[in-house]
Write a protein that binds this ligand. Structure first.
Ligand code: ARG
Length: 473
């Protein structure tokens, strides 16, 4: 660290100041410990900017060649770790300018023409996030594939369908797994939608007002893979919607992971006993030799908290910020980097947990009709027989109460008692008291009938292929 008050060779604003910053300010201000990961993107943007300066007549042919050569060298040095930031650099942009000055002498100082760290950081962060949104999408597709594979295996596995965590109606276990895939597919869809709005370059906005130099924001945007340059230079450097939006997408994906995690936790309890997890994705206890804990699912659930926190934290930072750039905006990076890191950490572990879990189909099938889960089928049978649903509901309610009192199942009620319970009831109700029948008849689009679930598997596979292709783009 440069001693307080000392001039610095690398500081960007020496001219007007009689001394260097106080140590307390420097320590507060430094961001290079977390923004260094933007270095490869900053270098890409610098290369594009060098081309702009050349086309504007501000770098001659030889200067451009030297500049490009030095940027190549610096890119390599960043990659192999031989060029490292120093705390005195303050941020990634300053560190890389030092790297250029070390290689080019005063020529290195020409690259800053027409460019401010304000438009640089906004552009770098967009590049970084567009890249990482694709990595997140790839991992989401992999988790979805693991779920679809399990679902396909268990299209015909009957399971209890729950509402309020109480037995409601029998379902295909595959249908339940695919419900999670629908959520993750929407997450990928949201990333793709986000990407359209994030595909805007801020380069050329300068500090806030644009530049008097003949820059080429559209050319530079295209070169960096953006769809368009900024429409308003003030907005270009002040806007962090793209950070807030992706934090929301990541927080919601985290919530989806948490809900799946919660189900896995429940499913593996002795009380449920629906699935058994592979040893590789469980942990033991230091004191209880019998324990096998679903830590991946719990960490997925737990980490959703920090993802939600990052979103609300950034919104609080943005609220009340006057235009254009304010240093508060530097607070956008740590939350969004952590959100990306967190999701990229959880997803592969969850994918492994799901793809290796063993579903105990007999146990699921045996408990599918528990809790009088076929009562709705009896009521709907009566409706088909012409009974108003209100009366059918009442009759079946009395039937269930009778069964509870006599501790029997719906199909164990003697014929004579059926008519005593309600004149609407008769031996005919037995025709619908089968789990398989309950599944097969729920065959309207999107329902749990195995034929519909198989179609859903096929549709999702097509969708996942398209999403995978986008994520590789
Ligand atoms: N490191 C800053 C950030 O992350 C960018 C630099 C802009 N600083 C400034 N004083 N204009 O937002």
């Amino acid at each position: 660290m440069t001693p307080p008050g000392a001039p610095s060779a690398t500081r960007l604003w020496g001219g007007r100041f009689s001394g260097g910053p106080a140590e307390a300010l420097a320590r507060l201000s430094v961001s290079v410990q977390f923004d260094w990961r933007l270095a490869p993107y900053d270098l890409l943007a610098s290369r594009a900017h060098a081309g702009v300066l050349h086309r504007a007549g501000l770098l001659d042919e030889a200067e451009l060649a030297a500049m490009t050569g030095a940027l190549d060298e610096l890119t390599e040095a960043v990659r192999d770790g031989s060029f490292r930031p120093m705390v005195e650099d303050e941020d990634v942009h300053t560190a890389l300018e030092r790297g250029l000055l070390e290689r080019l002498g005063s020529l290195g100082g020409k690259l800053r023409a027409g460019r401010s760290r304000n438009d640089q950081v906004a552009t770098d962060l967009r590049l970084y996030l567009r890249d990482h949104a694709r990595q997140v999408a790839t991992r989401l597709v992999e988790l979805s594939e693991a779920l679809v594979d399990q679902a396909e295996e268990h299209v015909d596995t009957a399971a209890p369908g729950l509402t309020h965590l109480q037995h409601a109606q029998p379902i295909s276990f595959g249908h339940q797994l695919l419900a999670h895939v629908q959520a993750f597919a929407r997450d990928v869809d949201r990333l793709r939608d986000w990407d359209r709005r994030a595909a805007v370059s801020a380069l050329g906005a300068g500090a806030l007002a644009g530049s008097s130099l003949p820059l080429d924001p559209a050319g530079v945007a295209a070169e960096l893979g953006f769809d368009a340059p900024f429409a308003n230079s003030i907005d270009a450097v002040s806007d962090r919607d793209f950070v807030a939006e992706i934090l929301f997408v990541l927080a919601l994906a985290g919530v989806h992971l948490s809900r799946l995690g919660e189900e896995v936790v429940l499913w593996t309890t002795r009380e449920f006993g629906w699935v058994e997890l592979d040893d590789a994705f469980t942990t033991g206890s230091s004191i209880m030799p019998q324990k096998k804990n679903p830590d991946v699912a719990e960490l997925a659930r737990g980490k959703s908290g920090r993802l939600i926190g990052h979103l609300t934290g950034l919104l609080a930072t943005l609220k009340g910020l006057p235009l254009a750039y304010d240093r508060d905006l530097q607070e956008d990076k740590e939350p969004v980097f952590d959100a990306i890191d967190t999701v990229l950490l959880v997803l592969p572990a969850m994918t492994g947990t799901i793809s290796t879990m063993r579903v105990r189909r007999e146990r699921l099938a045996a408990s599918a009709p528990d809790g009088y889960a076929l009562a709705t089928d009896v009521a709907e049978y009566l409706v088909r027989e012409g009974v108003p649903f209100r009366d059918a509901h009442e009759a079946v309610g009395r039937l269930v109460a009778w069964c509870v009192e006599h501790e029997v199942d719906l199909d164990e009620v003697p014929d004579d008692d059926l008519v005593l319970i309600s004149p609407h009831l008769g031996p005919g109700v037995r025709s619908v008291l089968s789990v398989q029948g309950a599944l097969d008849t729920r065959s309207a689009p999107g329902g749990t009938a195995p034929a519909r679930v198989r179609e859903q598997v096929a549709d999702l596979r097509v969708r996942l292929d398209l999403d995978r292709a986008w994520a590789a783009s």
